[in-house]
Write a protein that binds this ligand. Structure first.
Ligand code: C2E
Ligand code: CA
Ligand code: CA
Ligand code: CA
Length: 281
């Protein structure tokens, strides 16, 4: 801010300067955030639309910054990508989510298994020997691979061209599940997609928003569900916020869904309360 008399001596535009400084400061803080244990994983339930059973949980990272407070991943993941810090952060996310999945399996041995979904960043997806890292984590934690699902965005897959198929097969061969995230936004050629060894398509939230109101969005949701069925993939709708959206998706035989209508992303402890209630007859 301007202090009388002193401002004419400043060389930089104060606005630009403070913004650049803030970014630099945030990058410095990000570097130390893992060791200071400032990251938290929240989990958003993924629900079987036919019967309301919780079948999975998507891990979503948050940064509890000591001065700034809660910072959303939309803000710090891009910064982490640019600085390369996404690799250690991503590994922490994977390890923490797998540990949590293992804990839930021990806690609910009689319940249908819960899949934990983890988002992969572009740098992680391009990392050589990613499959070895994941295999090590699964072995160390003794988590059955089918209980882990990796979410990779459609645009990330398209950027990589033919290398994508090789990477996907290496991951798939571990026995884990794969989902294409934000489906519908990445302009993929449908003929190309059938070569991807994936289990699930996640319809991007932006299309669910217009479901029943916007003609194009509605047509896209219909088409993606039909397409998934034709390729024998499971299909999950993101961002379900209303009962109307839910009933339309049920009528279309969409397999699964997640969104504020069911639950926001919540802490692991809150998930437990929800599952206990969900299990009640
Ligand atoms: P995403 O993977 O598409 O995750 C879904 C986002 O939509 C989450 O935002 C979630 O809180 C939000 N959401 C869920 N249901 C609703 C709804 O009904 N309405 C609305 N308006 N929003 C809903 P969040 O947690 O802020 O994450 C944003 C993005 O950050 C994620 O998008 C993902 O791309 C990225 N991200 C989050 N955690 C991680 C992580 O651990 N690793 C990586 N690489 N990326 C992550
Ligand atoms: Ca996701
Ligand atoms: Ca998504
Ligand atoms: Ca998204």
């Amino acid at each position: 801010s301007k202090k009388n008399g002193k401002s004419r001596y400043t060389i930089f535009k104060p606005d630009m300067d403070s913004r650049a400084f803030e970014r630099l400061q945030l990058a410095t803080d990000l570097r130390r955030a893992i060791e200071l244990q400032e990251f938290k994983l929240y989990y958003q339930p993924i629900v079987e639309l036919e019967n309301g059973t919780i079948v999975g949980l998507e891990a979503l990272v948050r940064w509890e910054h000591p001065r700034i407070g809660l910072i959303s991943p939309a803000k710090f993941i891009p910064l982490a990508e640019e600085t390369g810090l996404i690799l250690p952060i991503g590994e922490w996310v994977l390890e923490t989510a797998c540990r949590q999945a293992k804990y839930w399996h021990l806690r609910y041995p009689d319940r249908a298994p819960l899949t934990v979904s983890v988002n992969l960043s572009a740098k992680q997806f391009q990392q050589p020997q990613l499959e070895d890292k994941i295999a090590q984590i699964l072995a160390r934690i003794e988590l059955a691979p089918q209980n882990l699902k990796l979410e990779i965005t459609e645009s990330m897959m398209m950027e990589q061209g033919d290398a994508t198929i090789a990477t996907l097969y290496k991951l798939k061969n571990l026995g884990i599940q794969l989902a294409i995230d934000d489906f519908g936004t990445g302009f993929s050629a449908l003929s190309y997609l059938k070569r991807f060894p994936v289990d699930t398509l996640k319809i991007d939230r932006s299309f669910i928003k217009g479901l029943g109101y916007n003609r194009e969005d509605t047509a896209i949701v219909h088409a993606v569900i039909a397409f998934a069925k034709a390729l024998h993939l499971s299909v999950t709708a993101e961002g379900i916020e209303t009962a109307e959206q839910l009933s339309q998706l049920q009528a279309l035989r969409c397999d699964r869904g997640q969104g504020y209508y069911f639950s926001q992303p919540i802490t692991a402890d809150a998930v437990q309360l929800l599952i206990d209630r969900n299990c009640d007859p």
